[in-house]
Design a protein around this ligand. Structure first.
Ligand code: URA
Length: 186
């Protein structure tokens, strides 16, 4: 049987697969176009996302929107999701058990979307999706190809909030993502 977007959303809404279900306010499902060629995968919802049940609505969302806008993209053209659908208290790194419990949802989102490009935002996503020893500072902006999908990573917007000098490098990565998308469209 094949699940639909609606099914996945319903499962996430009542998920109790890990202890974060006891501390979350609202689970945060991915958001954006279900036709998008570009999928952004970040780490986990922050505090404001936990309140609103939407990804990237806080300060890091503002940085993300600026990056997208600077490269001629907007959120309606892409799909944004997280490895974890629930907020880890205190914004700590996701635990291994939490990532494993949540991974089937991400797999299903990826299956349904079938993106041409996957962009990992930050170390946690890059190490889970691209390679466990991924070094974001050294490897961001590089590409690999897997099952007809191009994968890359760039800095997490919250890393840019902590160190604004990373903005230009992330912007270059995003502009390269748009270039790759144009190239893939022929
Ligand atoms: N940080 C993330 O990794 N994801 C969000 O949705 C918001 C902040």
């Amino acid at each position: 049987m094949q699940y639909t977007w609606n099914d996945i959303e319903q499962y996430i809404a009542v998920c109790t697969q890990c202890p974060l279900s006891q501390t979350r306010n609202r689970p945060v499902m991915g958001r954006g176009s279900h036709e998008a060629a570009i999928m952004l995968i970040a780490e986990a919802p922050g505090g404001q996302e936990d309140q609103q049940g939407l990804p990237f609505v806080g300060r890091s969302g503002e940085i993300l929107d600026r990056l997208l806008q600077d490269c001629g993209l907007d959120r309606d053209q892409i799909y944004i999701t997280n490895i974890l659908k629930c907020h880890p208290p205190g914004n700590r790194d996701p635990k291994e058990v939490e990532k494993e419990a949540c991974f089937p949802y991400l797999k299903y989102e990826t299956f349904l979307l079938n993106p041409k490009i996957i962009v990992c935002l930050g170390r946690v996503a890059a190490q889970r999706i691209i390679s466990p020893d991924y070094k974001i500072t050294r490897q961001h902006g590089t590409w690999i190809c897997r099952k007809h999908c191009a994968l890359t990573a760039t800095y997490h917007p919250s890393a840019i909030l902590r160190d604004p000098s990373k903005y230009d490098e992330a912007k270059q990565d995003f502009c390269e993502i748009v270039r790759k998308w144009d190239e893939l469209q022929g």
